[in-house]
Design a protein around this ligand. Sequence first.
Ligand SMILES: O=C(O)CCC(=O)C(=O)O
Ligand SMILES: [Fe+2]
Length: 202
Amino acid sequence: MVAASAFEALIDGITDHHYAVLDDFLSMEEVNSLRQSFEEKLEAGAFHRAGIGQGEQFTKDKTFRGDLIHWLERASATPAGLSFLDKMDTFMSYLNRTCYTGLTGFEFHYAVYPVGTFYQRHLDQFRQDDSRRYSVICYLNENWQPEHGGELVIYLPDREEVILPRGGRVVFFESALLEHEVKIATRPRYSLTGWLRRDGMV
Ligand SMILES: O=C(O)CCC(=O)C(=O)O
Ligand SMILES: [Fe+2]
């Protein structure tokens, strides 16, 4: 169970500057059991190359994005995956209750960036579809050091925010507003990334 204070810290970040970074959003036990689930799925061949765009614009372009992903589905999730999805459910309800966000659902995938891969500067919303409202990225890496690279860079109007993918850390931001990029890493980089959605609105 996450304390409401963690949710409040994430909301404060959005209110103040459209993003938030918070350490220990996932406990060490949660990070370890999610990483174990991650590796199980990876060994089972359940990951595939991620694409970009949607519909006719969908492509898999390694020069833009090199990660492999596995979508979390309740039907096939491990207990750790399920409890993560429950946590996101609680967070979404909290946002709807306290901020009237009108969110209707969410989607999450595990992502691994093999050594030498990256994700070029982009926005998380599709051109024709604004249902992704908030991006949530949780890192599952043990003992990540600056020399490992793999930074998430968020492009702000007046500066760049550089964030290391440390285990337990969450990054939360408005999907339509902030461009960002994943830099090359010198070891495989694990994350759990997703979007809180607002569907069915015109
Ligand atoms: O892993 C990260 O730090 C960011 C991933 C990302 O930008 C995405 O999947 O859209
Ligand atoms: Fe992104």
